[in-house]
Design a protein around this ligand. Structure first.
Ligand SMILES: [Zn+2]
Length: 299
């Protein structure tokens, strides 16, 4: 009997509140102070202002929350310089991904430099590619040499799909277009680079049909469920997640926070997945860890 209670307690501890579950965050941003202006806006959901006075404060707060929530790996989307700050703090936890466009207006490196950064293991993932904010799409010829290099070296490419926040074109991204976020724009890329590992960020929300079409026809594509797991009304997020699971993609969906400057999005996004009663324990483990470990070859 005592053994039974011990087992019960153990499983409660591990899975009762999801506190002990190992997590990989495939969509984590390494922001700098001032990236969102001198007085960054509050979290649109929680109303909490970010702790963003200095680079050190941003790093400390994010790092603390990742550790508290058992996020054992985080794919760092940001400038290489800022990613390095996080990697120095904990080289086992953080993985460098080159964001473009970034918040410092850095251009894309030329292809010679880009290849060297990959060979030197300074870039392990290419993204977030927020091309939609410039009204552009991944199938434009300018990106072809970069995609060819990524395919050759097995570097996953992570591209923003779906939509953006309210009033995006009026708030600093006048070229943003809804159409540029359609998952169907990925098809020419997938046809041209069949071995390219592609991460469809935000799982193409709200384009459920196109997302299902891409995931069905191109089994190499994985999707992250970042931002929709804390910005959307929870019921709406659950409907979308359930639709993708029902369609059979439970082995290719990955947890991401996309916390941007709002570090409290990390626990919130985890909670909104843990509270989905239609998910089994195994499905949660896949979403939070197993699928990303497979996609990014994390041991
Ligand atoms: Zn995004």
């Amino acid at each position: 009997m005592r053994y039974f209670f011990a087992l019960l307690l153990l499983s409660w501890n591990f899975y009762g509140f999801g506190q002990q579950r190992k997590i990989i965050d495939v969509h984590f941003h390494t922001r700098s102070a001032g990236d969102y202006g001198p007085l960054p806006p509050p979290n649109p959901v929680t109303g909490k202002r970010p702790d963003a006075a200095t680079n050190e404060a941003i790093l400390n707060t994010n790092y603390g929350l990742l550790r508290q929530n058992h996020v054992v790996k985080a794919i760092c989307s940001g400038t290489l310089k800022r990613n390095a700050d996080f990697i120095v703090r904990d080289p086992e936890r953080f993985i460098s991904s080159l964001e473009f466009p970034d918040h410092q207006n850095n251009p894309l490196p030329d292809t010679f430099t880009f290849r060297k950064l990959i060979v030197d293991k300074k870039i392990l993932v290419f993204g977030e590619l927020g091309l939609q904010y410039e009204g552009r799409t991944l199938d434009e010829s300018e990106y072809e040499p970069y995609l060819a290099i990524c395919e050759r070296y097995g570097i996953p490419v992570a591209v923003h799909t779906g939509i953006g926040p309210p009033e995006t074109p009026y708030r600093g991204s006048p070229k943003f277009s809804i159409d540029a976020g359609r998952p169907s724009h990925l098809e020419p890329v997938l046809k041209k680079y069949p071995k390219l590992k592609l991460q469809m960020m935000h799982a193409g929300y709200p384009y459920l049909e196109e997302t299902k079409a891409i995931l069905t026809v191109y089994p190499q594509v994985y999707a992250d469920i970042s931002v929709i797991n804390w910005v959307l009304p929870k019921a709406e997020f659950h409907v979308y997640l359930k639709a993708l699971l029902t369609a059979g993609f439970g082995k290719r969906l990955m947890y991401g926070s996309d916390q941007m400057i709002w570090e409290d999005a990390i626990p919130l996004s985890i909670k909104n997945i843990e509270s989905a009663t239609f998910l089994s324990g195994r499905q949660k483990e896949d979403l939070f860890y197993n699928n990303a470990a497979r996609f990014f070859c994390i041991k």
